[in-house]
Design a protein around this ligand. Structure first.
Ligand code: PMT
Length: 406
């Protein structure tokens, strides 16, 4: 989701930098728009570095290397692409312009041009805040559906005390999340996620592995965190960067993954097993490099520990366990057999034979299977969206465990 952050000129403008971080922390893409006056208090460079985007400072050609027309079109495209527009700090002047439909710079133009919900966090001197004009303008804006994050009381930069101090970045971020309907429905849960492949060594340089990139598991970890969970991630040697989570353990083999998972099992309230764990490993590992001259080796394999089966066996009451099944044929039947055999709460059947599904792609095609026989086939979608759908089901399953406890 994409949010525009409008920064107008006030001493509190520096606090908007913290707001960028809080919004990004929930996975939001932030586009910063600054008024000319805001640039007297903080430089666009700070926001460009934090947001990873050029900062829009004017209507025409102010972004380096763009023509007037290009930048005007590019800027107006922002109006169509954002899901919310938050202005923090919003000065008395900006509020007045918004209330009267004045659009004399990019920030105020965007207020008129976008259909996205507007959120304003006013900050100003207490007399300006209390002035009838400001209060009437705010009333007008509220009546139009603009959400106002009221300022707090306290010592103001002008030396006076009273109302007018910008609300905390946390409060403003919360208003944005609520406006966007971003859920905190996994708050209180500790979600243990496994991701990526395992590598089972054959000798000092060779190993058996698979094509898992870690993307599916990382998406589950990322979305769990965004939805308020504390996330513990046990990752095999994946090829992508892991998301920022409360605890990350990098492992190599199935045995190492098993030990890491068992160590964290006690604290986990939800377990999501997306890792592609090797089912077999070489029974003997040569300490050196097996020489070609010795002839082609016959590799004897032995089974690895079935982590998921062991978790299900050790499960605590109210612990929710979700498995994945990578299948290339009889997808639903085979996955349903695993769901039953391991007594899972949910299995995500992954048809890895289809284009755009399974290993090392950004999308997936899955069917969710439940112990009561229900099944939900999902169309092809981004792994992040699959993760959200899986976690929607976890939230539903949790409601049932809570109700049955009563
Ligand atoms: O990482 P990506 O490139 O994004 O690819 C995603 C994925 C295809 C790896 C993922 O969506 C997926 O399907 N993961 C499960 C892969 C797998 O090992 O499936 P399986 O049917 O062999 O195993 C069934 C379940 O048992 C899985 O939850 C697996 O984690 C678990 N298992 C398997 C073997 C083992 N020794 N211990 C286990 O716990």
């Amino acid at each position: 989701m994409r949010v525009a952050l409008g920064v107008s000129g006030g001493i509190a403008a520096y606090k908007a930098a913290e707001l960028v971080r809080l919004l990004q922390d929930k996975g939001l893409d932030v586009e910063v728009v600054m008024t000319r006056n805001a640039r007297e208090f903080i430089t666009p460079l700070t926001f460009a570095a934090l947001s990873g985007h050029k900062v829009i400072t004017g209507m025409f050609g102010e972004a380096q290397g763009s023509s007037n027309l290009e930048s005007a079109i590019e800027h107006i495209a922002v109006a169509q692409s954002i899901d919310a527009f938050v202005i923090a700090p919003a000065t008395a002047n900006v509020l007045a312009k918004m209330a009267h439909g004045i659009a004399d710079d990019f920030l105020t133009t965007l207020c008129l041009a976008t259909k996205a919900p507007l959120i304003v966090a006013p900050a100003m001197n207490v007399n300006m805040w209390e002035h009838a004009a400001t209060q009437e303008n705010l009333e007008t804006l509220r009546n139009r559906g603009v959400r106002v994050v009221d300022p707090g009381e306290g010592y103001l930069a002008c030396g006076m005390t009273g109302a007018g101090r910008l609300a905390s970045p946390e409060c403003i971020a919360q208003a944005v999340f609520e406006t966007l309907g971003l859920r905190e429905d996994l708050k209180g849960e500790t979600v243990l996620v496994t991701a990526g492949p395992t590598e089972e060594p054959l000798d000092a340089v060779r190993y058996i592995s698979n094509r898992s990139s870690g993307k599916m598991g990382y998406a589950l970890a990322e979305v769990s965190r965004r939805r308020g969970a504390r996330v513990l991630l046990v990752s095999g040697p994946a090829r992508t960067e892991p998301p920022a989570v409360a605890g990350l353990e990098r492992v190599r083999t199935a045995e190492e993954m098993a030990q890491a998972v068992f160590r964290h099992l006690e604290e986990a309230t939800v377990v999501l097993m997306a890792a592609a764990v090797a089912d077999f490993r070489p029974a003997e590992v040569s300490s050196g490099k097996i020489k070609k001259q010795q002839g082609a080796p016959v590799v004897k394999l032995e089974p690895t520990v079935d982590i998921l089966a062991e978790i299900a066996r050790r499960r605590r009451e109210a612990q929710l366990i979700v498995g994945f099944a990578a299948e290339a044929d009889h997808v639903v039947e085979n996955a349903a057999a695993k769901l039953r055999a391991k007594r899972l709460d949910l299995i995500v059947a992954n048809d890895v034979s289809q284009d755009g599904a399974g290993f090392d792609v950004d999308t997936n095609i899955v069917t969710l299977l439940f112990p009561d026989g229900r099944k939900k086939a999902l169309e092809k979608m981004r792994k992040l969206d699959v993760a959200n759908r899986v976690l929607d089901e976890v939230v539903e399953l949790r409601k049932r465990t809570v109700t049955s406890d009563k």
